[in-house]
Design a protein around this ligand. Sequence first.
Ligand SMILES: Cc1cc2nc3c(=O)[nH]c(=O)nc-3n(C[C@H](O)[C@H](O)[C@H](O)COP(=O)(O)OP(=O)(O)OC[C@H]3O[C@@H](n4cnc5c(N)ncnc54)[C@H](O)[C@@H]3O)c2cc1C
Length: 395
Amino acid sequence: MTHPIQDLPSSADVVVVGGGVVGTSIAYFCSRAGVRVCLLERDDIGAGTTSAAAAAALLQTKTSATKLAFANESLALLDQLHDEFDRSFEFEHTGSLLAACSETEWQVVQDVAATLQKLGLAVQMVDGAQARALMPVLGPTVLGASFSPADAQVNPLELVMAYARAARRLGAQLCIGVQVTGIEKQGDRIVAVMTNKGKIRTGTVVNAAGVWASRVAQMVGLEMPVAPLKGELLITQAMLRRMRGTLISAKYLLSKASTTATADATSPKRTVGITLVQVARGNFLVGSTREPAGYDSRNTYAGISELCRLLADITPSLANVHVIRAYAGLRPLTPDQMPIIGRAPGLPGFIAATGHGGDGLAFSAITGKIVAEIFSGTVDSDKLKPFAWERFDAN
Ligand SMILES: Cc1cc2nc3c(=O)[nH]c(=O)nc-3n(C[C@H](O)[C@H](O)[C@H](O)COP(=O)(O)OP(=O)(O)OC[C@H]3O[C@@H](n4cnc5c(N)ncnc54)[C@H](O)[C@@H]3O)c2cc1C
């Protein structure tokens, strides 16, 4: 996709800060509702955390009723958009296996499956042999797994570009290379956004700046509890199709549950678990570490070697496959691992849409739809409560 440099408009109904998967989804859904949107991205579309994501849109990792309902609704929207948009973003319900390699992990998998079944997600328990029949790359260390057929796969860069293209077609102005440097207020109203390329008059700013959202919030004097949590990933050589769906090791789920993020690198404790997807072009995408390392997004020897070790353990047939690239990104994480979506306390023209952690692809569509509803005043306020900024009492 080419991005002709668009001039900064002098005014907009809504200015969206950030051109990741969240900001572009918001630009799309707001434009679809007839709102004049200007999206500002200091780098390029998808250049932030979105370009470092794996390729999963998972339900099986959402063990709270709120998160599961949110993910279900978002995946249903992604189904519709995949039919409507002009180009595929490789969204497919290929299913996922949550696999256990020890008795302790097997207990975790069974507990998670029981919770998900109570919440209404169709998951099926399989033993080691059945797991290997579903996913032949799995080795003998896998004792059993739970299988969720509704879990999906998606290409993050195709998704962000699809939102961006569709938003533009509906009239949104997507200005890249434009850094927001300040936000002008009059009392409790927003009046303008200042950038390195000039000023835009607006009454509404949506903060979709991912791990940088706290810096944008500081421009209006607000604290936003979103911090970066580094994740390292590997990509292997492309191969003929060897598996379908996403493999999630129980270690990954345990790692996800145990981590918190910090804005600095004071407690750099790394946890690791495997997620594995074979993408459309045949490469295996191997995730991921979780490490509070501030804004440092470099790969580490320790992170890479731990990923290789765990991969060889759970899928020994891939042990000699060439790793062609390692990269890392920063998940925007809140203290309770739930996004912040809603108007700021005391500053209604400032809308937060960030803190999606390791689920931003999966949650992107529903976030865009909700922000459009917030702007138009049609949002179901009960639905917003779990995402409210006020829950942290930080402001
Ligand atoms: C290792 C890893 C694996 C992941 N795997 C998955 C997965 O499989 N499935 C899933 O659902 N999610 C996954 N995620 C999470 C997902 O990538 C994120 O939740 C999502 O990309 C966040 O999107 P965003 O739009 O909020 O942020 P970003 O993509 O970071 O976008 C924010 C944008 O704001 C811009 N910006 C910041 N400040 C300014 C400013 N002042 N002015 C202008 N622009 C500004 C930045 O340049 C950036 O492009 C993964 C994340 C990581 C790190």
